[in-house]
Design a protein around this ligand. Structure first.
Ligand SMILES: [Zn+2]
Ligand SMILES: [Zn+2]
Length: 445
């Protein structure tokens, strides 16, 4: 039987395409689910995941607070050295920025935070924190391990990277605004987009969650000193009682949300600190209160800040006290709202869908928690999502910032594969856009 000429041509073209792909994209760069799966399998392989878990445990045993992550930073640099990845250091005291790929545009960044919390670990396990009063209770140890994991995957598949992946290891997420300082130090230079993730103990391993638009609230802290006149507790007429004044202030602050804010515009004011007095029979000179305030819009946030100051000073004055309010805007900069870019959300859905299956992507409601990842999103498009590290055998979990917080380390390969896949795929899309804008097309064969 004779084969028609057009059939020969089709076979020839098919062979040509197969050759292009085999030399051009062995992992996820062509975005097929099978190739994404290969990337995840690589991350889940025994040697690889054991190496990543080892790093996480090492950091967990030696938690360091914001801007003090010297050993963590050293460990990161030594792993990058072993992989032959060049980096800049120090940025923002302990920060490290690594570079993988061509060194040329486009640039995409992946971010991990490094700091621990002032908290005594209560989980009894082999790798419990060795530093009294400090604990990785927000999973930033896992974030570092997963970004190093992504670095290793990317290094293994360097020829697939159509641009440059920037690895951002930042200090001081927990209130210190490390992201802001990293930006000031030039971490986002030339970067087109940034991705970040956070471990989520309420989600099973292999599940992710996020949403486009506002995800986490803008947040700030305040502290007020309410001063009166101390004296004998049995002769109150000779004193000016700051305890009573501070109590009225706390109650009045709650009216800002219940009576002044639009019920459909989510906001929070919480007084979490109340310190004053030390004896049962002495009225103290002063009381210190402090807390946090949250809102999604800039207008609501600014209004809340102004009203907190007014309510504290004026309500204290009603009780003949004097009050001063501090907002720590230098030491604890206000966090902007975390707002996910709509286009990057589609990118996330595509990549996570290929890697995990679209049924493993949960839509989530916005949370009143906050993240300093939002500083990056003020400068360039960014996307932040949550990664399941729950115990798949039990529905019980401890939320982040609990002394009993634990993660399921089986979730780490998913984080590193997602990081790497998001970056490779993003750069490939940008590369293709560039080629089509240039009128080229041979790379699409
Ligand atoms: Zn935290
Ligand atoms: Zn955190």
């Amino acid at each position: 039987m004779d084969i028609p000429r057009w059939v020969c041509l089709v076979i020839l073209l098919a062979q040509l395409c197969a050759t292009c792909h085999s030399s051009d994209s062995s992992v996820s760069s062509n975005g097929s689910p099978e190739q994404s799966q290969k990337l995840l399998d690589f991350a889940k392989s025994r040697d690889f995941s054991e190496w990543m878990i080892g790093i996480r445990r090492k950091i967990h045993e030696n938690p360091e607070l914001g801007y003090e992550e010297f050993e963590t930073s050293k460990l990161i640099r030594s792993e990058l050295d072993k992989m032959g990845i060049r980096y800049k250091h120090p940025l923002a005291v302990t920060g490290v920025v690594g570079f993988i790929g061509t060194g040329k545009p486009p640039f995409v960044a992946l971010r991990a935070d490094m700091d621990a919390l002032l908290l005594q670990e209560m989980v009894e396990w082999e790798h419990k924190s060795k530093v009294p009063g400090k604990m990785h209770a927000c999973g930033h140890d896992a974030h570092v391990a997963m970004l190093l994991g992504a670095a290793k995957i990317l290094r293994e598949h360097q020829e697939e990277i159509r641009g440059t992946v920037v690895l951002v290891f930042q200090p001081a997420e927990e209130g210190g605004g490390g992201a802001k300082k990293m930006i000031e130090a030039g971490a986002l230079e030339n970067v087109d987009a940034i991705f970040g993730l956070h471990v989520a103990p309420h989600l099973p391993v292999g599940v992710v969650a996020s949403r486009p638009g506002p995800l986490l609230a803008g947040s700030g802290f305040f502290e007020a000193v309410i001063s009166g006149k101390g004296g004998h507790a049995a002769i109150p007429q000779h004193s000016i009682d700051p305890i009573l004044a501070a109590s009225s202030v706390v109650v009045s602050l709650q009216h800002l949300i219940s009576r002044e804010a639009d019920p459909l515009d989510s906001q929070v004011v919480t007084v979490a600190k109340f310190q004053g007095g030390g004896a049962y029979n002495v009225i103290p000179d002063s009381v210190t209160i402090g807390g946090t305030f949250r809102a999604f819009s800039k207008e609501s946030f600014t209004h809340l800040k102004q009203r907190i100051e007014e309510v504290v000073t004026r309500q204290a004055a009603v009780q003949r006290c004097h009050a001063t309010v501090h907002f720590f805007s230098e030491e604890k900069p206000f966090f902007p709202t975390t707002i996910n870019d709509e286009h990057l959300h589609k990118h996330f859905e595509k990549v996570a869908g290929e890697l995990l299956g679209s049924h493993k992507i949960n839509d989530m409601q916005p949370l009143m928690g906050s993240e300093d990842f939002s500083f990056y999103q003020e400068v360039i498009p960014g996307y932040f999502f949550f990664l399941g590290v729950g115990d798949n055998k039990s529905e019980r979990y401890e939320w982040v910032h609990s002394p009993l917080f634990q993660i399921n380390e089986d979730g780490l390969p998913y984080g590193s594969a997602l990081h790497a896949s998001m970056a490779i795929s993003y750069l490939l899309d940008q590369h293709r856009k560039f080629l089509s804008a240039e009128g080229g097309g041979h790379d699409e064969l």
